[in-house]
Write a protein that binds this ligand. Sequence first.
Ligand code: IVH
Length: 674
Amino acid sequence: MTMPTTPEQAARRHAEVAAALHRHNHLYYVLDRPEISDSAYDELFRELLELEDAFPALATPDSPSRRVGAAPLERFAAVRHSLPMLSLDNKKSADELRDFDTQVRKSLALSDEVDYVCEMKLDGLAVELVYAEGVLVNGATRGDGMVGEGILENLKTIPSVPLRLQAGAPARLEVRGEVYIELAEFQRWNRELEENGAATYVNPRNAAAGSLRQLDSRVTARRPLQIFCYGIGEVDGPLPESHGVLLQQLQAWGLRVNLAATKVVRGVDGVLAYYNELLARRDQLPFEIDGVVVKVDRLAWQRDLGEKSRSPRWAAAFKFPPRQAETIVEQVVLQVGRTGAITPVAQLTPVEVSGVTVSRASLHNWDEIARLDLKIGDRVVVERAGDVIPDVVRVLTELRSGRERSIPLPVACPECGSPVTRLEGEVVPRCQGLSCPAQLKESIKHFASRAAMDIEGLGERYVEQLLTLGLIASVADLYTLQRGDLFRFERMGEKLADNLLAAIAASKTRSLARFLFALGIRHVGIHLAKVLARQFGSLDALAAASRDELRAVHEVGPQVADSVVAFFAAPRNREILQQLAASGVQPEATERRAGGRFTGKTFVFTGGLDTLGRKEAQELVESLGGRAAGSVSKKTDYVVAGADAGSKLDKARELGITILDEAGFKALLQEEGE
Ligand code: IVH
């Protein structure tokens, strides 16, 4: 990219890039239908940041760059909702639900069944988004229902919150929805907090609420928040006849709506069927829900029914049974993480919590133990969310016998006996042993994990055997393993050994971001790993960066900068990185990779390909040093057109760009390979 020199040129290019980013963001986060690869997106994003660096006036409030957070606030502004944000009456049984339906039909004087919209009741935090002329101009929490807290800057950092709506949206639109965190993300992030010695969150709802109520939106930007929209406040424009159609409209305007799980059903029996179906699927969902929300579909009837002081008469929550049970803490064991953080874990008398037997619960740290006033032998209430390890939510202190024992802070590491210290500002004690086997095991497991180097099959069992047999002493040794080494494992066949070696070899080409995350640099989670990869482009450039250069990167604070510098300064780490490089593990940020057969060539894919997925094709191009772009321009070298190719194909013809069909693309792959 060459930087435009005049403000006019820059403004034009900025508008193009911003529009492309808005569009790809919508495709990825709202529609779950990406058209360009992550690295092509990253490249556009970097161009946007560079333009805004050179021409700061371009960084308008709705620029996609604003998603990374703004300067901290002193306090939140009070935001009065144009229409109150109501809550819902809870129905706890089928009978109570039938009463609700009877009441609805009586008030409307209907003898026929009513159509209801059934939605998932997400367990997060209710928010309101305000759009004026299609631009997100305000956002707030529910607060007391009348006045909430202004959290616009925080909401802007959520990728699935559109900063601009699609064409056709009303001039003023207030949208309501639930901000939440997926269970897997919640677990990953809590583990990271634990490793960093920070306090963890008890459940995804608290985590979402805590993240949204940060005065520093740069902190919020690092949290894996998502939104589903489910309703409206004041709208300046015509409304459809039904809530079901309204939800579809919200989606068409660019908002993320949980349409896949939303269903219009007939009468109370329809609601019960939906409820039972959802209850059975509850554990398979990627997020926590605590019931079903039932809404009268027809908006005119909603108006007729009206509301009580705090809740509407046209909607209700049909809650799921709580996932709690009582059991006894038999013992507390200590777990050592990859950074030496020591976590207390309660061993419980096995108990069934809504269909799953539970026998362990993380206690997180000693502050949490003190908060709960927990002792060994206590009777406790445990709660399970999704498939997550349960939490102890309450101690039944009134049932104590007096024989309960308190849980002392460890003085030595349970694994290697090294001294344990608790650093200032941290809530967990840490093992200080440099060669603690538990730390080594955890760091190798982390390196191989799905979000890091994604070495399929290399889980706890194999890592343990590799270490016990003395086959590896660091992650670098993974890449020099021989087939014969693996046959020393218990129950290891030829096929398994070959698969494992192939998986290890395949991990050599992972992206720089994954590699940085895999290294386990303190305070560098997956998000910051991406930021650093994008900014520095290569491992060498990052390793050579000074503290100040690191600090100059948006989102990198002093703690992260220090930790990165310290990581690359440590002789043992340098040695491991050299060994990794010598084995061919030296990832580059894809877009900076040089020397591939497609270096300097830009491809645009349009329409559906028959045998290759679009993402796969783009990755092929990138793996060969080429670029996969989202839109056709003079700089495009090839347009690969599949079935139903649209305007991009027309544009390619107009610009005289080489157009390939799928067979032609494959031929090119072969040809260039010779
Ligand atoms: S509708 C007037 N729909 O539940 C209608 N709420 O107890 C008010 N919630 O504060 C809300 N999923 O935080 C609605 N699909 C859904 C919901 C939902 C979760 C939450 C929301 C609200 C609370 C009401």
